[in-house]
Design a protein around this ligand. Sequence first.
Ligand SMILES: Cc1cc2nc3c(=O)[nH]c(=O)nc-3n(C[C@H](O)[C@H](O)[C@H](O)COP(=O)(O)OP(=O)(O)OC[C@H]3O[C@@H](n4cnc5c(N)ncnc54)[C@H](O)[C@@H]3O)c2cc1C
Ligand SMILES: NC(=O)c1ccc[n+]([C@@H]2O[C@H](COP(=O)([O-])OP(=O)(O)OC[C@H]3O[C@@H](n4cnc5c(N)ncnc54)[C@H](O)[C@@H]3O)[C@@H](O)[C@H]2O)c1
Length: 472
Amino acid sequence: MMTQDVDLFVIGAGSGGVRCARIAAQHGARVAVAERRHWGGTCVNLGCVPKKLMVYAAETGRTLDDAPSYGWEVTKPAHNWSRFIEAKDAEIKRLNGIYVSMLEKAGVTLYTGDARLIDAHTVEVGPSALAPEAPVQRIKAKRIVLATGSVPIKLDIPGADYAITSDEAFHLPERPHRVAVIGSGYIGVEFAGIFAGLGSTVELIYRQPSPLRGFDHDVRDHMRELIDLNGITQHPNSSPVRIEKHEDALRVVLDNGTTLEVDAVMMATGRRPSVDALGLENAGVAVENGHVVVNAQSETNVPSIYAIGDIIDQYNLTPTAISEGHLLAERLFAPQGRSWSFDTTPKAVFFAAPIGSVGMSEEEAVRDHDVTVYLSRFTAMKQSLPKRPGKILMKLVVDRQTDVVLGAHMVGPDAPEIIQMLAVIVTAKLTKKQLDQTISLHPSSAEEFVTMRTPTRHVARGETVAGTSAPR
Ligand SMILES: Cc1cc2nc3c(=O)[nH]c(=O)nc-3n(C[C@H](O)[C@H](O)[C@H](O)COP(=O)(O)OP(=O)(O)OC[C@H]3O[C@@H](n4cnc5c(N)ncnc54)[C@H](O)[C@@H]3O)c2cc1C
Ligand SMILES: NC(=O)c1ccc[n+]([C@@H]2O[C@H](COP(=O)([O-])OP(=O)(O)OC[C@H]3O[C@@H](n4cnc5c(N)ncnc54)[C@H](O)[C@@H]3O)[C@@H](O)[C@H]2O)c1
């Protein structure tokens, strides 16, 4: 066994860990990082990146559907799943290499293997699936960062073992023709859109009356319509009670008695922080509701140990994990740090018509503000020739007293791209009047955000939020 000293040891080379390690090393710290499964973490290997490539694959199919209405005399060819998965995997492999070389160039020492805490200043790295032959090594560190991310959760129902999660969905040997997706959060809705876009029959099962709990109620209502329009069968207000394996199919039995016959069942029922076998108890790191507890400085209760990203179960997005890692490295090794506005983190759901959302939903805003809502629904020009159904939704939530834009929400083509810029407006606390002073860019969908003049409704602080009144 070898012993070595570093200023900072980062466990987990995902979004947060890689950034933290790189910035610390660039400021002169002696840094080491351990990764047990895949360099770049969830986002690069089993999350944002392969997911977005799959979204593009599905979108390309829809473009082919629409091509004849623009004069292209094409018949839609079949989608070759294995060729696509191969191309996607090659791209992910390229990105893995970039992460490794970026860390090495910054002078970070890399350990491939499973890491765990021995005490508040010692990490042990041993063999893992990625490095089954890895020697057991102990490293002494002045400071340790826990950046181990999260893992998917399956429902505890009979037959759960027959179900896949997003981890397996990226590497299926063939595309299932009939899929049941359980859960209508980010992953459930995104994968329902991907499978439907590639031609599968999709059943989306969820507990609530509308999908996407936590999003603005008008966005959720609108999404319910769009999911229908994309040919996905929704089973709201339902939960699966068991999954049965039959000769040629899986059967999902719902609590209302419905039985669905499918080729694959995907559970998209949330994720939990990855804390198992991390040795947290050896160092006395406090855990609450399954996540590591930190203060606003990413400090745990143990002075030498910090935690960032999904392991703290706060924002659970890549840019927030990256920003936490960057801030922590600067706080520890460079006095003049950057700052970020975490409260106005923009969010996207990459469905067939994606969602972009920043700031407060209407129901969040009315807790503390008198609110004016501007809401618009219209058909995208690009959809006019193909006569593709489904409208764009745009919504602004404005403080009635100060005129500050509290929230901006959109469902429609390019919504994430447009909302990224609206996030600047919400972060800078600009007013509706300042949006009104902006000349529109024509013809675009985004121009609607600077041309919405007539309030749709006013809602007083504390009032119950009512449904939409914009034309459908
Ligand atoms: C299907 C899917 C789609 C997503 N899409 C988006 C999206 O579009 N946009 C977005 O912002 N976010 C998205 N996310 C969320 C995003 O991927 C995570 O929030 C982000 O990766 C969290 O970063 P992290 O650094 O906390 O952890 P991770 O990126 O998960 O990295 C943790 C790393 O630690 C390693 N590790 C764990 N335990 C150990 C150990 N004991 N020893 C050594 N290494 C260890 C893991 O192997 C992993 O590589 C998506 C997630 C999923 C699952
Ligand atoms: N576009 C993005 O930015 C993106 C994409 C994917 C994932 N992510 C991140 O990853 C996280 C995890 O995604 P997710 O979709 O797995 O989680 P989620 O929390 O968004 O959704 C979980 C879903 O499972 C359902 N569920 C939970 N317990 C259940 C039960 N007992 N019975 C029936 N249904 C149940 C919930 O009602 C919900 O619909 C997200 O919160 C997000 O932060 C982000």
